[in-house]
Structures are given as C-alpha cells and as structure tokens.
Design a protein around this ligand. Structure first.
Ligand SMILES: Nc1ncnc2c1ncn2[C@@H]1O[C@H](COP(=O)(O)OP(=O)(O)O)[C@@H](O)[C@H]1O
Ligand SMILES: [Mg+2]
Length: 235
C-alpha cells in the first residue's frame, strides 16, 4: 500500500458498538494498523475504562493495553486513558464508587494533546453509544463535544439490527456523521448472517467498511485484519 498525506480532517474517529463485547477494541486496533500501514502516525484512546487490575501499583485495563500496542506513537497513559476504574461495571457507577468526577472538558483536553502527537486518533467508547459518563452526560455527549465522525461496530448476532438502527439514529440525532460500519461476526453460528448484513446495508445509509469473519482465538491479531478495511470510504 502506498503512503499518502495525512488527512487533516477528520483527525480522529469515535468507535462505538451495538453493545459491550462486540469487537470495538479488536476493530479499533485493526483500524490503527490499517492507517499505520499508510504511513500515518496513529494513537488509540480509551477515555474511560471500567474493569482493571493492579499491576506494580498501576491500574491496568486490557483495552488500553491493546490500543497502546496497536499505536505507533509513544503517548502518556494519562492521555490515552484519562480515567481508569477498577470494577467492570457501568462507568458512571464505578466513578461514583471511586469518588471520581468524569469531566468531558478534561477528556477534550486529553484528546487535543493526544491528537497533537498523531495523524489519526481512534477513540473507543465503553459499551454502547448512550452509556453514561456521569449522572448527566453520556459517551454520545463526549463524541458530540469532540465532533468526531463515528464508526459503528455491529456485533453480528440475533438482535443486532435493532441495536444497530437505534445506534445510528442516536448518532445522527447528535448531529454527528456515521462514517461507516463494520459487520463483525462474533457469532459463528448466526442464522441468515448474510441476509442480516444485506438488511443493514440497505437500512444504515453509511458505508460498510469491512465484514470481519469469526476469528479463531489464535488468529485474532488486529494486524492480520488491517487489510480488511475499505479506508477510502472514511478518509
Ligand atoms: N470477529 C471476531 N471473531 C471472534 N472473536 C471476536 C471477533 N471480534 C471480537 N472478538 C472477541 O470478542 C471479545 C470482545 O471483543 P472486544 O474487541 O473486546 O469487544 P468490545 O471492545 O466491544 O467490548 C474479545 O475476546 C475478542 O477477541
Ligand atoms: Mg473494548
């Protein structure tokens, strides 16, 4: 693939999903590899992580580790992951339990500093688009404040059409662009998977950037998926 000039806008993407556990992290990492293969400086960001364990005095979240490993710039952890909460529960509840106030302004400052280090920043939400950050604000508000195009990872399983269409509606209701979507086949036994993808293609009104087959555990390396994406649709 030939290297090309860095896109000036958009500089970042907000990665959301139809739910938790649908492949946002895997896809965000694969997209980082795909942009890196074009010669761009790339950084992942996980604004708020809930679910972490202590290692050598530091709270470590798996998504942050994966996103960091897929990035090709050295960015301080406090910018990559401004809020890291220990229990694997709804972030606003984890924050309340820890006495932490999650601030969108702080997240914007971190994003701006991170984006000064990279050509492309992939911002991974937590759970779905309307997950709460605090009692009054959601990840949708964060994506809106950052004014980022949104990439939707659809975890292909029964029920995903409803979740995908509701999420697309919510993204557009915020005035944001649904830059594209990914059909991620997390359920290898899904009945009528092709018909579900075709339906979503007809209804989502945004480009299908990639269709990712179910990956065997050993083959789940994001770098191996980097060639799957049609980046021309989003950059
Ligand atoms: N296409 C796929 N095939 C097989 N397993 C997948 C696929 N996509 C994601 N997974 C697995 O599903 C789990 C959840 O994926 P992850 O990227 O962490 O989701 P999220 O970030 O949305 O919570 C991980 O174990 C991941 O390796
Ligand atoms: Mg994740």
């Amino acid at each position: 693939m030939t290297a090309r000039a860095a896109p000036l806008t958009p500089h970042g993407y907000f990665i959301t999903g139809t739910d938790t556990g649908v492949g946002k992290t895997l896809i965000a990492c694969a997209l980082l590899h795909a942009f890196a293969a074009r010669g761009l400086r790339v950084a992942g960001m996980k604004p708020v992580a809930a679910g972490a364990e202590w290692r050598n005095g530091t709270l470590i979240n798996e998504d942050v580790e994966y996103l960091t490993a897929a990035s090709n710039v050295n960015a301080p952890r406090k910018l990559v992951n401004p809020y890291c909460l220990e229990p694997p529960i709804a972030p606003h509840i984890a924050a309340a339990l820890a006495g932490v106030q999650i601030s969108i302004n702080h997240l914007i400052e971190c994003y701006e500093q991170l984006s000064a280090l990279a050509d492309v920043v992939m911002v991974e939400g937590a759970g779905g688009f309307c997950v709460l950050l605090n009692p009054g604000e959601t990840f949708a508000d964060l994506a809106t404040a950052l004014n980022l195009p949104v990439i939707l990872v659809v975890g292909m399983r029964l029920g995903c059409i409803n979740h995908a269409l509701l999420t697309a509606q919510a993204i557009r209701a915020c005035g944001l662009t649904l830059a594209g979507w990914i059909a991620n086949h997390i359920d290898p036994a899904m009945a009528q998977a092709d018909a579900n993808v075709t339906t979503l293609q007809a209804c989502l009104d945004a480009p299908l950037i990639a269709r990712i087959a179910h990956q065997a555990q050993a083959a789940r390396a994001p770098s191996a998926l980097a060639a799957s994406f049609d980046l021309s649709a989003i950059s």
